[in-house]
Write a protein that binds this ligand. Structure first.
Ligand code: ATP
Length: 198
């Protein structure tokens, strides 16, 4: 079984995430893409974030129409700070024979050496990396040790200059977020009055 693990804050999920997941699925012929929202990212300890239940529900709405996509509450249920290495090792226990891939954007690859135990992560997974506008993938790759670089597989995705922070800003300033994230996610944001306060 080929499984892609896609972690993030997903506050909220948007078409940049969905396209990366879909193109990673196609590139690596993945049978399943597991979206795993972080309870608390180690890099965002002091930022306020939307309640995990909302982020989880928006992900469920956004991925419901894709049979290969699944949402996992593993990091949210585990509690505390969310480390990808823990999720990878738990998945490895659950699926000892699976071929695991970690899906990430160029910005995340840039900070990969600061993650907890990156060497264990690359022992267990290859890295499926999508381009992200304003990040120089070549330069990022050149800054990584060979052991990590050789585990990277590039995902030639359509570059999409969409970010969750931009969506939050647009909602706060009463601008449209149409075509940036699926309609069900927009409805959910409106119903629950998310992102109205800074
Ligand atoms: P924020 O704007 O709040 O920082 P974000 O849009 O970057 O959020 P995250 O949840 O932090 O979203 O990202 C999760 C993963 O998705 C990361 O690996 C990130 O690189 C990747 N990603 C996010 N947006 C895009 C995009 N537009 N194109 C490619 N990859 C993306």
């Amino acid at each position: 079984m080929r499984i892609g693990l896609f972690g993030g804050t997903f506050d909220p999920v948007h078409y940049g995430h969905l396209r990366l997941a879909e193109e990673a699925r196609e590139t690596a012929n993945l049978e399943r893409v597991l979206f795993v929202p972080a309870r608390v990212s180690p890099f965002r300890l002091h930022e306020s974030r939307t309640a995990p239940a909302h982020r989880l529900q928006m992900l469920r709405l956004a991925t419901a129409d894709n049979d290969a996509f699944e949402v996992s509450a593993a990091e949210i249920q585990r509690g505390g700070v969310s480390y990808t290495v823990d999720t990878v090792l738990a998945l490895r226990q659950q699926y000892p024979e699976a071929q695991l891939s970690l899906i990430l954007g160029a910005d995340a690859l840039q900070g990969f050496l600061q993650w907890n135990c990156p060497e264990i992560i690359v022992q267990e997974c290859c890295l499926l990396v999508g381009v992200r506008p304003s990040y120089d993938l070549e330069a990022i790759l050149a800054g990584l040790p060979e052991a990590i670089r050789q585990r990277v597989q590039l995902v030639a995705m359509t570059p999409m200059d969409i970010s969750a922070s931009d969506i939050r800003l647009r909602v706060r300033t009463q601008r449209s977020i149409r075509y940036l994230t699926p309609p069900h996610v927009i409805e959910y944001i409106q119903q629950h009055r998310l992102y109205r306060e800074p």
